[in-house]
Design a protein around this ligand. Structure first.
Ligand SMILES: [Fe+2]
Length: 294
């Protein structure tokens, strides 16, 4: 029997009564989906799963997202098989990346509040993160409930942003970290896409703020005024009462809905391995019409 206990005042459920190493029944999948609609983040403890089991679990909720274009790591440098997203600090040999490694610099962008794949025209539905080796200190992942953040906006702000569309790109999030040395090929890969700023959940009908550090400007606005408003909204959305801090234990598995939440990872000792493995459930629609090709 799948049971879910809410562990934060506004969102996040801890799930018990399910073994993710085994195929799930239809009823179990339905209970987890219903939990995701309601809590937006679900925590499973003590799930010692393999990559294949994680991918199998992921396909219960949709297709696995094609990871192409999401990172500067080259194909011959991949540590994990296709379908797995490597969010560890490790190279192919399992050693922590050097301090000045470009891949590490790029991955530091995950310390900024974001929604996974908001830089894709069809952005991600769920992300599923399995903790194989955890940091001895730090490395928490923080989640913010973007529905609660939307609900707490004043009427004037809601009216202002109701139909806003933002441009998202990895270039904006990495640029704000000072990581700007990109090849022409990487720049082409990071072509901005358009996303609505207010999303409506397809099942619950709840509205949420669709913010992400990948958002660099608002269509029709000047860049500095766009960033001013986006920064203000992000500050509002990530205040203490909307944020859950996940302190990882080995074999935790956490699922979050990228349509309803933002997240960020916090600092840890990067000389030690931190092996976190993600799978991503692809979304099924664009949130806004894309710009015509120039
Ligand atoms: Fe992420």
């Amino acid at each position: 029997m799948v049971s879910i206990r809410q562990i934060h005042p506004v969102f996040v459920g801890e799930v018990s009564g399910v073994d993710l190493t085994k195929p799930l029944s239809k009823e179990e999948v339905a209970a987890i989906e219903a939990g995701m609609d309601r809590y937006a983040v679900l925590v499973f403890r003590d799930q010692q799963i393999t990559d294949d089991q994680q991918m199998e679990f992921t396909t219960n909720f949709g297709a696995i997202e094609n990871a192409k274009g999401g990172n500067i790591t080259k194909a011959h440098e991949y540590r994990l098989k296709q379908g797995m997203v490597d969010v560890s600090n490790l190279d192919k040999e399992g050693k922590p990346l050097a301090r000045d490694d470009r891949r590490r610099m790029f991955n530091l962008g995950n310390r900024l509040w974001h929604s996974d794949s908001s830089f894709r025209a069809i952005p991600a539905k769920y992300s599923i993160l399995s903790a194989r080796v955890v940091a001895s200190e730090g490395g928490n992942t923080e989640f913010a409930d973007m529905r609660a953040a939307y609900d707490a906006l004043d009427d004037k702000t809601r009216a202002l942003i109701a139909d806003m569309v933002c441009e998202h790109s990895l270039m904006y999030s990495r640029g704000s970290m000072g990581f700007t040395e990109l090849s022409d090929e990487e720049r082409a890969m990071m072509k901005p896409v358009r996303q609505r700023l207010v999303r409506t959940h397809p099942v619950t009908g709840r509205k949420s703020l669709y913010l992400s550090s990948h958002a660099g400007n608002i269509v029709g606005w000047l860049v500095p005024e766009s960033r001013d408003l986006l920064r203000d909204l992000t500050e509002h959305a990530t205040q203490h009462e909307f944020v859950y801090v996940h302190r990882w234990r080995q074999h935790d598995l956490v699922i979050w809905d990228n349509r309803q939440t933002m997240h960020r990872v916090r600092r840890f000792d990067e000389t030690q391995p931190r092996d976190m493995r993600r799978t991503t459930v692809a979304g099924d629609a664009m949130t806004a019409a894309q710009a015509e090709a120039a």
